[in-house]
Design a protein around this ligand. Structure first.
Ligand code: ATP
Ligand code: MG
Length: 413
């Protein structure tokens, strides 16, 4: 593989004894991760032996899917192997016994504490803007010994994101030991015009500025500014329905019924809500029966249930004649996907049929205090159960190939 000029800057920084933090940020698919992995491995092989190096990402899936895959390739290009061990991986060094590479996952509970227990000569954190800030800080703070290095690859986030707030100002001083290397789409000559056009179509708003143009764009306070209301289509245009259910025992349970038309558009055409606070709590079995009664006569393809509501999932599986599955609760990606559907006219809410959901979409905002510190997180004010149900159904439906906990699978006809 011939490295791009930006990737060569990464190699230079890792091998520069005066540099201890090397960060790469930019749009998707620009070669940041593969460059960082190649550079970090070549530095470990040349400078260290018998030492530990941390490989961190959001989840095991993320780490395996890019960092470890690229590490295998980089090792082979160096004439060696990236070998699985009981604690992670190992790779030969040119100056002594092999080095160890230890995985750490930011999304795991207690991962920040775990990071604190390591003593490593280096760390590479992928998807750094998506890692919990205390996890990143724990890893960075472990690298205090002389000559230790921290590397990171990331897509830009909000301008006040803690990673940028901590290292960007330092990187402006050439003697600080912090190198910040900005990648652009043109840094990966392998990206076709068609791919770039598809990318431009895939993102909306601040996410487009970040993922396509590499800018640290501020997140919008309003989450679904592109929301659309229009009357649900007539029954003969509807080819099926899906249901998204967010569960609350003492708060509220909100079920959103979504009609799918032959041209692949989604219409929120009815809703069911039980407010435990106002009407008294109802157990899962009774809620499931009420939902089944409400939805009767409208054939369902699938029902996606709040993944934390195992009891309700099990109860719904008893009473609904369709597949009942635990939804995928990736808040950030789910919100973006719903926003994209709204912006492309592929999702509509019938506000007369779903007044509570529509009101909650109007009110759906990022937490202003968190936004100030660069974190985008919906405000938890008790009015987000409808948007959660909507997101569960649509985002899970989009990723149907992924494994989901199954409560009920309808027998094949
Ligand atoms: N120098 C190179 N030569 C050949 N292929 C490359 C090179 N650099 C990157 N690629 C390829 O481009 C693709 C994107 O690389 P990589 O995953 O490192 O991008 P990224 O910037 O980390 O993207 P993301 O922001 O989506 O994580 C991969 O398929 C990778 O193999
Ligand atoms: Mg990457």
């Amino acid at each position: 593989m011939s490295w791009s000029p930006k990737q060569r800057e990464l190699f230079d920084a890792w091998h520069d004894p005066g540099v201890d933090v090397i960060l790469a940020s930019g749009p998707v698919q620009t070669g940041k991760t593969v460059g960082q992995v190649g550079a970090a491995l070549s530095w470990m092989a040349a400078e260290h032996s018998g030492e530990d190096f941390i490989l961190g990402s959001r989840s095991q899936r993320q780490l395996m899917g890019s960092v470890v895959k690229y590490a295998g390739r980089a090792a082979r290009a160096m004439g060696t192997e990236f070998v699985r061990t009981s604690s992670g991986w190992s790779m030969e060094s040119t100056c002594g016994p092999p080095n160890n590479f230890i995985p750490l996952y930011g999304a795991d509970a207690g991962s920040a504490d775990k990071a604190r227990s390591f003593s490593a000569v280096g760390a590479l954190l992928d998807e750094m803007t998506l890692l919990p800030p205390d996890f990143t800080d724990s890893v960075a703070d472990r690298l205090s010994q002389d000559g230790a290095k921290l590397g990171g690859a990331m897509n830009p986030g909000p301008p006040l994101h803690p990673v940028r707030a901590r290292w960007w100002p330092l990187a402006q001083d050439p003697d600080s030991g912090v190198r910040w290397i900005d990648f652009a789409l043109s840094d990966n000559p392998g990206l076709s015009d068609r791919f770039i056009a598809q990318l431009e179509d895939r993102y909306v708003g601040a996410m487009k500025q970040r993922m396509v143009y590499g800018e640290w764009a501020a997140g919008e306070a309003e989450i679904w500014a592109e929301r659309r209301s229009s009357p649900a289509p007539p029954a003969w245009d509807v080819v099926g329905h899906i249901l998204g259910v967010d569960w609350g025992h003492a708060t509220s349970t909100h079920a959103v019924l979504i009609a799918i038309t032959a041209d692949g558009r989604y219409w929120c055409c009815d809703e069911w809500e039980w407010t435990g606070r106002a009407r008294g709590p109802l157990d899962e079995t009774i809620q499931a029966h009420k939902i089944a009664k409400w939805v009767a006569g409208r054939p369902l393809r699938r029902c996606w249930v709040d993944p934390s509501a195992t009891g309700l999932g099990t109860a719904l599986a008893q009473v609904l004649a369709c597949d009942v599955l635990a939804a995928d609760n990736n808040v950030g990606d789910g919100i973006q996907y719903v926003r994209w559907l709204f912006s492309r006219g592929r999702l509509h809410v019938d506000e007369d049929a779903c007044p509570i959901l529509w009101g909650q979409c109007d009110n759906y905002h990022n937490n202003p205090d968190k936004l100030k510190i660069g974190i985008e997180e919906p405000l938890k004010d008790g009015n987000d159960h409808g948007p959660d149900g909507l997101r569960y159904a649509l985002w899970s439906e989009a990723g149907r190939g992924r494994s989901h906990r199954i409560y009920r699978r309808r027998p094949a006809a």
